[in-house]
Design a protein around this ligand. Sequence first.
Ligand code: NCD
Length: 322
Amino acid sequence: MSPTPSSPAPLLYRHRHLLGIEGLTRPEIGSLLDLSESYIEPIRSKTKSALLVGRTVINLFFENSTRTRTSFELAAKRLGADVINMQVQASSIKKGETLLDTAMTLNAMHPDVLVVRHPDSGAVNLLSQKVDGAVINAGDGSHEHPTQALLDAVTIRRRRGRLEGQLVAICGDVLHSRVARSNIHLLTTMGARVRVIAPPTLLPAAIERLGVEAFTDMRKGLKDCDIVMMLRLQSERMHGSHVPSTREYFHFFGLDYGKLDAAKPDALIMHPGPMNRGVEIDSEVADDIDRSAIREQVEMGVAVRMACLDVLTRPLRSNAEA
Ligand code: NCD
C-alpha cells in the first residue's frame, strides 16, 4: 500500500453530501476536478491506497446499473474501503419496504458513505436527510447524476486543456436525462457554451432558462461545436410515444459522419453509456479511435469517484486523527 495520492491543493468542496451539480460554485467544481485528475495516475499504475481502510461504502441501487455501480465499487476498493452492494428493486421494494425504511436499516450498519441510485427525482436528497453518513447521488430519476458530469468534465479538460469557451452540444433525449441536467449546470458554471439538440418532444419546456441554446435540427445545432455529447434514448422513462420509430430517430438525430461534418473537424465525441448503437449513434462513429472519448470517460469515472469518496470522508478522517 502506498500513501494517499490526494492532491495537496486546498480543497474547496465543503458539503456533507454530493447530491447534484446545481448550486455548486466554479471553485468547488474546479477543486473536485483537480483532485480527480490526481487519481488518474494511481488508477493506471493500479496503486492501492489505505485512505479508507476501516470505512464502509454501501452502494444502494434501486435501478439497474453496470458501469456506475462497478465504477464506484472499484473506486472504493482502490481506496481500501469495505464495499457492500445492494441492488434493491428485486428484494425490499417487492416486500413493500419503503425507501426510508431501507435507509434506516442501512444506517444502523453505520456506513460512512452511501452511494444511491433511485428512479425518482429527489429520492436521494430525501434519503440524505435521514442518514448519518455522506450520500453521493449516483443518479435520481431525470434530475441529476453529478459524478457523470464531473467525469465528462475531466475528460474534456484533459483533451482540450480547459472547459471555458468550449462549445458543447448535448444531443438526444434531453427530456429524460439526468446526465444532460448535471452537465448543463457544470458546463455553464465553468464557462462553456452549451447547446441542446433534440426533437421537440424530447426537449424540456423552457430549457433556455438553464442558460443553453436549444435546437431541433442536428446539423444546425452541431455547427462549429467542439464537443458532441450523445444521450441514450431512455425508453424506460417514457410514458407514451416520443419518437415515431428508432429508425426515423436515427435518420434525424442519430450521430453519423454526415451530421458530424457540421461540427469542428476535430470535435470530440462523447456518450455516457450504455449506447444504443444504430439508434442515437452510429457504431463506426462510436468506435472512431481518433475522435471518440467514450472509453476515456469510463476510465475517468473511477478517478472522479475516488476523489468524491476522498472528499466526503475528510471530516470523518480528520475527527479520527484529532
Ligand atoms: C446514464 C444514467 O444512468 O443516467 N448512464 C450511466 O450512468 N452510465 C445514462 C443512461 O442511462 O442513458
